[in-house]
Design a protein around this ligand. Sequence first.
Ligand SMILES: Nc1ncnc2c1ncn2[C@@H]1O[C@H](COP(=O)(O)OP(=O)(O)OP(=O)(O)O)[C@@H](O)[C@H]1O
Length: 318
Amino acid sequence: MDFRAPVRPPGLRAALASVVRPRYRTVRAVRGLEFALRPGEVAGFLGPNGAGKTTTMKMLAGILHPTAGTARVLGRVPWRRERSLLRRIALVRGSRPLGGPEELTVLDTLRFQRLLYEVPDAEFRRNLAELGELLELAELMGRQVRALSLGERMRAGLAAALVHRPRVLFLDEPTIGLDVAAAAAVRAFLAGYAERTAATVLLTSHHMPDVEALCRRVLLIERGRVRYDGALDRLAAELAPHQLVRVTPAVAGATAEWERFGTVQERGEGGRVALRVPRAEVPRVVGELLARLPVAELAVEEPPLEAVLARFHQEDAE
Ligand SMILES: Nc1ncnc2c1ncn2[C@@H]1O[C@H](COP(=O)(O)OP(=O)(O)OP(=O)(O)O)[C@@H](O)[C@H]1O
């Protein structure tokens, strides 16, 4: 997917010139991206800023027409915008949870969605009752959208996106900007929704708790291409060249020359340490530690996903 982006040099003269003779450059946002989701699957779609996640989601939701390539959602080409498809999918953007006029109340916004998606009356009332309860919308129904906080907007936006019971859900950073409790509530709601309705979900988020709560499979993209497609719990093993070896000495305060075994990452009470050890050397290091030191506890862990991705994103940017 290429964008034709205007190029505007700084300065008034250049700004005027660009009105008369605009110049453009081509931005390649997504290239050769290939993946398929099984029905009912909930997959995380990860990658650094600008990797092409939102562009991909917009194409799959029928909002953007790609300059090359093809895709199918529920067997249809999304950018043909067939009503039968649009009525079975939804895109929720955390940065803009509710479209439509801000003067409408939440209830009117939901009614507007009902008309747009031609949801039969009985089904609308049933879905509304369920979503209203799960998202605690009772107090918000009569309020104007413009007066809602970000967290309230997100709850109302989810109800608006789900009132037609989409089979496929594209979630673009659904917890962005939410406080810890609101983000946890949205996560719990989404996990419940996916399980109850068996919807297929593609989720982007820079918050690992979202991904860990919802997805067993993740796709990691980098500059518009798939870099990893597999189980979430194998992602760290795939990307991180080291593991953490946590050691608690049997005798409090007993130390070793830790630097001989790895890089000390943390020190705790009673001489506890966490060592960063190159993956291939972990068996040898564990063997040596056990042989040389009275050890009360020893554990080998994958490094935290946040740290692994942060390092990966940084390398990608370099
Ligand atoms: N309308 C546009 N015109 C020009 N370039 C665009 C346009 N939309 C996106 N891009 C560019 O395409 C690339 C991919 O952007 P996209 O928004 O898909 O990334 P993303 O992975 O969703 O990033 P983030 O995590 O920051 O939301 C970026 O380089 C971006 O600047």
